[in-house]
Ligand binder design. Structure first.
Ligand code: FUL
Length: 467
């Protein structure tokens, strides 16, 4: 009786790990936010709740245009402000008259949420909703039980009437002179009950956390984990949310919400950010283990303005130019050690999160672990991309990137970092020409670090000075 050699199984995970929905969310990398509502027609960023609903009249509204633009610009999920702080609802809620049904648009018979839900589906995209807890119109606001019931009623309408919802976006804002207490736990529980695959965003989750600012910048150290239970708003929490917590017990990865323009809503005197500003944001969000939630506000006609469309297409083209070519694709890859044949170093050249390099676990003696790309003929690059296999938890805490040129034996440090996470992009000050590129992992959680991808790119849009 012959016997064949058996596979070595994967290493144990380092808990916590993402849920399937969180993993899907992370791999989206970019989500489109749409701020649209009564503010669009009053030229305001924060309505008072005293607005006449008849002012809402986007006579050229075409949700298909929004969805097409989202698709062409590389977004797979679109999140709409179903209700902002002013209380005006973009769907005909049965709990208030401050909505599209009291507007002139489509004689009060329109429903923006419905239009968008159909439009995104036609494009093969997903839908998310933002339902502002702060409601400056609703007379019950301030009455704890009645308002929480009202909010839940509205949440239920949105989560039962429009098909699958992939993200529920809830902030914590409230008026200055109010003792209003939001029943977040009730809202989160009902949201999950109605939409089991949805990720719920709020400052500290339950599924996705805020990154702590609205300029698209995650921490240089960026953990997907925090301790949700020790969350206490107002105690330096923004810094905590920005970097996360290496000893966090909860997987609550950060999302970077930022607008393509200065404001969240459309204003005739504002223009979209430049391509280089958007690329900077891309590197400081997607490139730091975050998802970028980029807001693109439709105008008073109800369309995304031409200049925003152009900028988005330009942005998408630019990221494709940079990242569709991996200069290390044909590299010979070596490593300090290999756990077994299934965990070969060359696995870092494909994009499968489950195909990765893992070193042997032999206690402390083999630390640090390293992995090296050898490209045979020198390549010129100014971006290094590293990705961890987050399906088995986030581990890396400290590392360095070294290169060596054609006839050199010496390795030169070109960048270093703390966390990697799903994706870490290093922009180098100047393009580097190298044959060998070495990643040395100095500190990590768990028995071994695990790398799923290691690539080299050239960014022709970067001159080294934009940040
Ligand atoms: C915040 C709001 O106060 C802003 O108006 C905007 O909607 C931003 C995305 O969230 O909480």
């Amino acid at each position: 009786m012959g016997f064949c050699s058996l596979n070595i199984p994967p290493p144990l995970p380092v808990l916590p790990v993402p849920t399937a929905s969180q993993l899907k969310w992370q791999q989206r990398e970019m989500i489109m936010f749409i701020h649209f509502g009564i503010n669009t027609f009053t030229n305001s960023e924060r309505g008072t709740g005293k607005e006449n609903p008849e002012l809402f009249n986007p006579n050229g509204l075409d949700a298909n245009q929004w969805a097409k633009v989202a698709n062409e610009a590389g977004f797979s999920l679109v999140i709409l402000t179903a209700k902002h702080h002013d209380g005006f609802c973009l769907w005909p809620s049965a709990y208030t008259n401050q909505s599209v049904k009291s507007s002139l648009w489509k004689d009060g018979k329109g429903d923006v949420v419905k239009d968008l839900s159909e439009a995104v589906r036609a494009q093969g995209l997903d839908l998310g909703v933002y339902l502002s807890p702060w409601d400056r119109f609703e007379p019950f606001y301030g009455n704890e039980v009645q308002y929480n019931e009202f909010y839940l009623g509205q949440l239920q309408e949105l989560l039962t009437g429009y098909g699958p919802i992939s993200e529920v976006w809830i902030d914590r804002f409230k008026g200055d002179n109010t003792t209003m207490i939001y029943h977040f736990s009730n809202w989160f529980a009902i949201a999950k009950e109605l939409q089991i695959y949805a990720n719920v965003f709020s400052d500290a989750g339950p599924d996705i956390r805020w990154v702590g600012n609205e300029n698209g910048t995650a921490g240089l150290t960026s953990w997907s984990t925090i301790n949700g239970s020790s969350y206490n708003f107002g105690q330096g929490i923004k810094g905590y949310l920005n970097t996360g917590d290496p000893s966090g017990m909860d997987w609550k990865p950060p999302e970077c919400d930022v607008s393509i323009r200065k404001g969240w809503f459309w204003h005739s005197d504002q223009e979209p950010k430049s391509l280089s500003q958007l690329l900077d944001i891309y590197y400081t969000s997607v490139g730091r283990n975050c998802v970028l939630l980029l807001n693109v506000p439709p105008n008073t006609t109800g369309l995304i303005s031409g200049e925003d469309v152009e900028r988005l297409i330009e942005f998408n083209k630019a990221t494709k130019t940079i990242f569709s070519v991996d200069l290390a694709a044909a590299a010979f890859v070596t490593a300090s050690s290999v756990r077994g044949i299934a965990f070969n170093p060359s696995n870092v050249l494909n994009n499968d999160l489950w195909a990765y390099w893992a070193p042997r676990d032999v206690g402390c003696s083999e630390k640090p672990h390293w992995i090296e790309l050898n490209v045979k003929e020198a390549v010129e690059f100014n971006v290094v991309r590293i990705q961890e296999t987050i399906v088995l938890g986030q581990r890396v805490m400290e590392y360095g990137i070294y290169v060596s040129g054609v006839d050199e034996n010496k390795m030169m440090l070109v960048s270093n970092g703390t966390t990697i996470g799903y994706k870490r992009l290093h922009r180098l000050e100047k393009p580097v020409k190298a044959i060998r590129v070495l990643l040395v992992i100095l500190k990590y959680k768990g028995s071994v670090p695990i790398i799923s991808s290691f690539g080299l790119h050239f960014d022709p849009f970067y001159n080294g000075f934009s940040q």
